[in-house]
Each structure stands twice: as structure tokens, then as C-alpha cells.
Design a protein around this ligand. Structure first.
Ligand SMILES: [Zn+2]
Length: 284
């Protein structure tokens, strides 16, 4: 299974990658869209180096996504996963031009996606929304472990595990596959519980090779509303450290629900709404 496919725990994620053919179709449709609409972006990449510009924003018009039935469906149902897949396609397409990391940013969301902060509810979780907001305050830049690389200290087998912001770090499921198979073959059947457990502990987090992403939290409120109910926005990569309090911006993103900050026990059931920014457009 390719690493970008994502390995998620059953409990928390609602991602459904679909059958492999659908995944392959999605990747092909992205590739096709980039080839048809973004030749200028690829040309602009020539000569750029990761040292000077570590990230290149690949601005994709929502209307172009919407015109493709499959992409439109996938993007609206599983926005983040579909964008991750697009980024994977971009990575392979851009590799021949540059070492700059290309990041897909879907822009120009249709007006029907515009919501006010005060209208958002728990049931909107996972939906694409567009908010026109004024920035109240800007949090510090922080990094989070987006992809953890685990390496088997016995055989060197590697596994990448996608992580979520503000959640407990996820380990690979079960022991090193290679070592488990070997042990089962040697023993001619299932391994004991204690051996299973010790094979599990062979998979260890490898710092280099794990991927940290810059993120930042903003508190914002509706630009027009007087009630000024705030909401937290999570932004990443090239949007970090780009904004100031008082600015008005349009945020296109996904509704998240998150444990309340400063929770003092792990199983706290209270949740707050957040929006994970997929793109940000300047309004003022
Ligand atoms: Zn191993």
C-alpha cells in the first residue's frame, strides 16, 4: 500500500478511500486537470529552488474541480484526503522541474459555500465552507508531526503513519510485518503474545524522515456581524506568519471539531468547532 494512501485508526477517522480503482481514477483526474489548466505553473517552477522558496502555492480554481464530476464528488466528501492525493500527484509532476514543495490551494469557492461563524454547528463537521472574517489575534508558529516515520530496529522495515493535529501520536498497527512473518515461519504458526508484544516494540519513531509541518492558529470573527462570536482557524505552510490582527480575509476550509484546549483530562467529551484553512484570500 503506498504511504500516501493513509493508515488511519478506525475509531476517529471517517475517511473512506474507496476501492483502489477509484483512488487511481482520482489521481488521474488531478493529473489531467493540472496538465490542462496549469502549464504556466509548471513553467514558473523552472529554476526555483527549495532553498529560496520552500513552498509553491498551486492555486486551483474551485470551478475547475467542480467541472470534473469525480473530483467534485471526492473533494466535497473528503476534502483533505482528496487534496493530499492532489499534492501527491503534484509532487511527482513537479519533481522534474524543482525540489520546491507544491501545495494545492483551492480558491474562489462559490458563494453558496459562504457561511457565518455563528451559523456553524457540530453537524457541519467535514463540510467545505467559506468564511469572510476579521482576524482578532494570531497565535505563535508551531510545528506538528504530520507524518511519523517508524523504523524496525531489527530489520530496517519502515512505515509512515499520518498524524493529526492535537491528538495523541499514532503508532503503526501491530508489529513489524517482516519480522512477524519471519517469526511465524520459523515457529510454523502463530507467535505467543509476549513475542508479539516484543516484535511490536521493534517499530520505533525515527526523527529524521518524520515530517513536521508549520501551523498557526488564528482567532477570527465574522467581518460583518456585530455579535462577534470567535472561531479558531488552523492554517499551515506558506500562510504561517502572514497575517495580522485587524485584517479581513476569506478562509476556504473544512469544519473540524476538536477537544477543547487546556483540557485537563484526556477523555473530556467537550468539543469546539474549528476551521482548517485549505486556502486564504486577502480581502483587505
Ligand atoms: Zn522488522
Amino acid at each position: 500500500m503506498p504511504s500516501w494512501f493513509g493508515k488511519h485508526s478506525m475509531s476517529e477517522e471517517r475517511h473512506v478511500p474507496g476501492p483502489p480503482s477509484e483512488l487511481a481514477d482520482t489521481l488521474n483526474h488531478w493529473r489531467d486537470l493540472f496538465q490542462r489548466k496549469h502549464s504556466e505553473d509548471f513553467e514558473a517552477l523552472i529554476g526555483l529552488t527549495g532553498m529560496e522558496d520552500p513552498i509553491f502555492s498551486f492555486l486551483v480554481d474551485y470551478a475547475d474541480i467542480d467541472q470534473d464530476d469525480l473530483l467534485s464528488l471526492r473533494f466535497n466528501e473528503y476534502p483533505e484526503e482528496t487534496i493530499e492525493q492532489a499534492n501527491e500527484v503534484l509532487r511527482s509532476m513537479c519533481a522534474e522541474y524543482t525540489d520546491v514543495r507544491c501545495v494545492l490551494r483551492p480558491i474562489y469557492f462559490p458563494d453558496e459555500k459562504i457561511k457565518t461563524v455563528s451559523s456553524l454547528r457540530m453537524r457541519n463537521r467535514g463540510e467545505l465552507v467559506s468564511l469572510i472574517v476579521k482576524i482578532q489575534d494570531v497565535g505563535p508558529r508551531v510545528g506538528y508531526l504530520k507524518k511519523a516515520l517508524y523504523t524496525c530496529i531489527a530489520c530496517g522495515h519502515r512505515e509512515e503513519i499520518a498524524q493529526r493535529v492535537a491528538r495523541e501520536r499514532k503508532r503503526p498497527r501491530g508489529p513489524c510485518r517482516i519480522c512477524l512473518e519471519e517469526a511465524e515461519q520459523m515457529l510454523g504458526g502463530q507467535v505467543s503474545y509476549s513475542l508479539y508484544k516484543s516484535l511490536e516494540s521493534l517499530m520505533q519513531l525515527t526523527a529524521e524522515g518524520s515530517f513536521y509541518q508549520d501551523i498557526q492558529y488564528l482567532n477570527v470573527h465574522d467581518a460583518t456581524e456585530t455579535g462577534k462570536q470567535p472561531i479558531q482557524i488552523i492554517l499551515d505552510d506558506e500562510y504561517v506568519d502572514r497575517h495580522k490582527p485587524g485584517q479581513t480575509i476569506r478562509i476556504n476550509g473544512v469544519v473540524y471539531i476538536d477537544p477543547i484546549p487546556d483540557r485537563n483530562f484526556v477523555k473530556d467529551t467537550r468539543r469546539i468547532l474549528q476551521v482548517r484553512a485549505l486556502s486564504i484570500e486577502e480581502v483587505s
